[in-house]
Unconditional design. Structure first.
Lengths: 268, 285
């Protein structure tokens, strides 16, 4: 590595504030989640949990600008949210790397879109890959590395563009438990110092409690498996997660109470 | 190595059979007595190779097919992408394409004669029309089959329409596009020969037909062999370029029909060796 991670790692802009007011989200004629009032503060990590089909991904894709709101308002730092933009990076659950690009070329992509010079984006991409522990793999193609490594590259790619918000859609959902725990630690470590606002969707309660500063609980009105379309989901509650962030603090009483509440809300 | 021997033996057997059937003047139901022998054809081939006309024919045909095919590749890919990505383009061009597509390119000879001032341009037009539709159709399919998450990823990085076209649509559709180009080069070769037979001056097809009309049967066979070899060379070239441009595709190590025992040095699969891909780190497109 010729570039040090100090020079290669950009100091990301401060986090951004994302606010939803009485928002209905989904596709026209088929709202997936309704009446969402949620204020995501700059620099926080908000985890979102809920049963499948309650609109977690829809919420994230709307914040990313891929879907317009059906009703209500969504603002970013007080201004109405426009379409997708480089200031809000989205990390997908599925493999979203371009398979014909090497890992480094994938991480370079957001920098190329921003118009960075070739040497600049090479140095930055290498530095980000080194930060997620893939320095020796940068010239490999995505299908040559493991699923966990591909998700690390996605994370590096998201952060390389110095976004003000990182939106993560069950990014570790397809990984085994051990890899997942490692990825959670890595995420916390890598996010440190970027100041970016993080919205992290997961169906894993412990992941939500470990990563989140706050946890948003989503619920569906009634289940959709009775044949008919389920009624739209809604935001049940937002809870502060007791700190410090520590795996061994799982038996902390406040945390246990919260965990029980989250689990109860998921099962109804 | 043995495979090459088998291939050579197969070819040799076919030539021997041909030579025997013709030199012995076998006349059963099929009549080989009028057929030129391999030796006749080889002699005629030798004479032609020494002459000037053969090479003029060769370069003329190659120029026509390359011009027509390259035009078809560019137009076919552009139209295919347009139709797949834009509803307006689909509505405007879709019906036209569907009506024109079933017309065999060689049936366009009258159109070519009416439209173009010279035969040369007419032949290129027919060659181009032949390759255009397979390229168009496979491009359209390939673009529609792209994984949506690739495009969404680039959009959330702030990439616009042109960035998506250059970084996602074209490279992602390339494997499919090359499927169409492989078919296209085959049909355009057929059509360039046919068009030359009908209206050409010079060209392998023209020469072959000319030899037939003056009852120079060995010459006809020289033409046919030339057509076969050139067709094989052009198809292989397209295939090779396609493989090179899509070398990022994960390929199976499994070889159909290969015997496991005689397989060359087993590929170590665990642990995966850190292999440098033969890929430059610049973007492919």
């Amino acid at each position: 590595m010729s570039t040090s991670s100090e020079t290669g790692t950009p100091v990301a802009a401060r986090g951004t504030r994302l606010s939803l007011t009485r928002a209905s989200l989904g596709r026209p004629g088929a709202p997936v989640i309704e009446g969402v009032d949620l204020d995501i503060t700059p620099g926080e990590i908000l985890t979102v949990v809920g049963p499948s089909g309650c609109g977690k991904s829809t919420l994230l894709r709307t914040l990313a600008g891929l879907l317009p709101a059906l009703a209500g308002t969504i603002t970013q730092d007080g201004r109405p949210l426009a379409g997708p933009g480089a200031d809000r990076a989205l990390v997908f659950q599925e493999d979203a790397l371009l398979p014909w690009r090497t890992l480094r070329a994938n991480v370079e992509l957001p920098l190329a879109i921003k118009g960075s010079s070739r040497t600049e984006r090479r140095a930055q991409a290498s530095a980000w890959l080194a930060r997620v522990g893939l320095a020796d793999r940068e010239r490999q193609l995505p299908h040559r590395v493991s699923g966990g490594q591909r998700q690390r590259v996605q994370l590096a790619r998201a952060l390389a563009g110095a976004p003000r918000a990182v939106l993560m859609d069950e990014p570790f959902g397809a990984l085994d438990a051990q890899t997942r725990a490692g990825m959670q630690d890595l995420l916390v470590e890598v996010l440190h110092g970027t100041g970016a606002t993080v919205v992290f969707v997961t169906h894993d309660v412990d992941e939500a409690l470990f990563l989140g500063d706050r946890v948003a609980l989503l619920g569906s009105g009634h289940p959709a498996d009775d044949g008919g379309p389920g009624s739209p989901g809604r935001l049940l509650a937002v809870r502060e997660v007791p700190r410090p962030r520590d795996r061994s603090a799982l038996d902390d009483p406040a945390r246990l109470t919260l965990r029980r509440e989250v689990l109860t809300s998921l099962s109804t | 190595m043995t495979r090459y021997l088998v291939r050579a033996a197969s070819l040799a057997a076919a030539l021997t059979a041909w030579q025997l059937l013709t030199s012995l003047n076998i006349d059963l139901w099929l009549r080989f007595s009028q057929f030129p022998t391999v030796a006749d054809v080889a002699r005629a081939f030798g004479d032609r190779l020494g002459g000037h006309d053969y090479w003029t024919d060769l370069t003329d045909s190659l120029t026509r097919i390359l011009t027509g095919f390259l035009l078809a590749a560019v137009l076919g890919v552009a139209t295919g992408v347009l139709v797949a990505r834009s509803r307006l383009a689909e509505d405007l061009l879709g019906p036209l394409v569907e009506v024109l597509r079933p017309i065999p390119a060689i049936a366009l000879v009258p159109v070519a004669i009416l439209l173009f001032p010279s035969n040369e341009q007419g032949i290129v037009f027919i060659t181009c029309a032949a390759a255009f539709f397979p390229v168009l159709v496979s491009t359209r399919h390939a673009v529609r089959a792209l994984v949506p998450v690739w495009e969404e990823a680039v959009r959330t990085m702030g990439g616009g329409r042109w960035r998506i076209l250059g970084s996602v649509v074209l490279p992602g559709a390339l494997p499919g596009i090359f499927g169409g180009l492989s078919v296209g080069i085959g049909v355009s070769w057929i059509c360039v020969i046919s068009a030359e037979m009908i209206s050409g001056q010079y060209g392998v097809g023209y020469r072959t037909w000319q030899d037939y009309t003056v009852v120079d049967y060995p010459g006809v066979f020289v033409g046919m062999v030339t057509i076969g070899v050139l067709g094989w060379v052009t198809s292989t070239a397209v295939e090779r370029v396609g493989r090179w441009l899509t070398r990022w595709l994960p390929r199976t190590e499994y070889v159909a029909g290969a015997r496991l025992r005689s397989a060359p040095a087993p590929v170590p699969s665990v642990p995966e060796p850190v292999r440098e891909e033969g890929v430059r780190d610049e973007h492919l497109v």
